[in-house]
Design a protein around this ligand. Structure first.
Ligand SMILES: C[S@@+](CC[C@H](N)C(=O)[O-])C[C@H]1O[C@@H](n2cnc3c(N)ncnc32)[C@H](O)[C@@H]1O
Length: 384
């Protein structure tokens, strides 16, 4: 294994000192087995294929890209080989995508349409003409609109430069006209979503824009680095997880719901608006559309009830739950909705539970730790 100083620039090192911290004095937790692992994981820092983007090349709150190797180790140890994995709160889809191979069936789901678009592109499309797609992306990049449109009128000079906002609106409109079928439209939209993230004047979500508009690079659409040959048996959904769980089954069920009261539809309203393209009225400084129908139970007081119901209907052999308990904070919106003891008690109705926890220090080449936090996985071997 290379030493940190010898690592090529393209890698980041995440050193995991895995140890169990007693974060909840509850008796059920004390009786739960905890496995300690100490290991160093590597992950790619940059996009390695020029002109293409990878599924992880975007900013998304709570994305688990840096955790995929850790999840993979838990799966190897606990499940051995498996034929199917369901990522039911998929977000960016990086977890399901990590396990996406010809002989593994992936079920990927998120109830935001802007996420579904990306999930379908990377894991759902089994047959597409990539050369034709390249020509269409070239054509979209060549658009130079000088007039305002729905997108520039609402999001220009704040979230984006006026020029970029006009181009985003014009490209979005053109995608409707240019796409010969639904799959092609989804891939072009995915390309737009990733390009938009690169030029957004934000800290990575759309709750607010930064006061100083200094993200001035021009918008450029790239090709997604997809492997359609892996997607033949996969299923991609845009449904409420608690509805979908009644209809599906898989060997492994990975559950990564929102942890606190911050709704993803609030943070990503702009991408949702752009993807759906229904051109609704938008309100307030942040220019959000009406999102009443997009609120998640997992961000509300009813989160524990929703989680219990999800587990009750789960048809699988192994369950992995990511849940971040950041402890009590002054900002109530950051406090976790479900207690650790509740997660353990609910999972125990299905089988044996173990907790994996690691303290995670991020390193960049030749430097010491730059930040650190803890991630945990609750594992349940289903025996019922
Ligand atoms: C913590 S994020 C998942 C991050 C993901 N594991 C990744 O690596 O990108 C939680 C996701 O759950 C979705 N979500 C929230 N409530 C949902 C529900 N009831 N059904 C389906 N998806 C939901 C959100 O849109 C969000 O993308």
């Amino acid at each position: 294994m290379p030493k940190i100083q010898e690592l090529p620039e393209k890698y980041c090192v995440a050193e995991r000192e895995v140890q169990y911290l007693l974060f909840d004095p509850d008796a059920q937790l004390k009786n739960t087995t905890v496995l300690n692992v100490s290991k160093t994981y590597y992950y790619l820092k940059y996009n390695l294929v020029p002109g293409f983007f990878q599924i992880q090349n975007r900013r998304y709150l709570g994305n688990k890209y840096k955790l995929t190797a850790f999840i993979s180790d838990i799966l190897s140890e606990k499940c051995g080989s498996f034929q199917s994995l369901c990522d039911i709160f998929a977000g960016t889809g990086v977890v399901g995508n990590h396990f996406n191979k010809k002989n593994v069936r992936i079920i990927s789901n998120d109830f935001l349409y802007s996420n579904y678009v990306v999930l379908k592109t990377f894991m759902g499309i089994a047959d597409i003409n990539l050369n034709k797609l390249k020509d269409k992306i070239r054509l979209l990049n060549s658009l130079m609109p000088i007039e305002n449109n729905y997108f520039s009128l609402n999001f220009g000079s704040t979230y984006f430069t006026l020029e970029n906002a006009r181009k985003i609106g014009a490209i979005r409109e053109k995608i409707e006209e240019l796409s010969v079928n639904k799959d092609e439209k989804l891939v072009l939209l995915t390309s737009l979503i990733y390009a938009v993230d690169k030029v957004a004047n934000t800290v990575g979500h759309y709750d607010a824009f930064r006061k100083k508009l200094d993200t001035t690079n021009p918008l450029v659409l790239l090709m997604p680095n997809i492997k359609p040959e892996n997607n033949c048996d996969n299923e991609v959904y845009c449904e409420d997880a608690n509805q979908l769980i009644r209809k599906i089954s898989s060997d492994v069920l990975y559950i990564d719901p929102p942890y606190n009261s911050r709704q993803y539809c609030d943070a990503y309203h702009l991408l949702e608006n752009l993807s759906r393209w229904e051109k609704p009225n938008v309100y307030g400084v942040a220019k959000k559309m009406d999102r009443g129908h997009l609120k998640s139970d997992y961000c509300l007081k009813s989160a524990t009830k929703a989680f219990a119901e999800l587990i009750r209907y789960a048809k699988c052999k192994h369950i992995l739950v990511s849940y971040n308990n950041t402890g009590e904070s002054k900002d109530c919106r950051s406090n976790a909705r479900i207690k650790d003891s509740e997660i353990v008690n609910i999972l125990k109705r299905k089988g044996e539970v173990q907790i994996f926890e690691h303290n995670y220090k991020a390193f960049t080449t030749g430097r010491s730790a730059v930040d650190g936090h803890t991630e945990r996985i609750f594992y349940c071997k289903v025996t019922e």
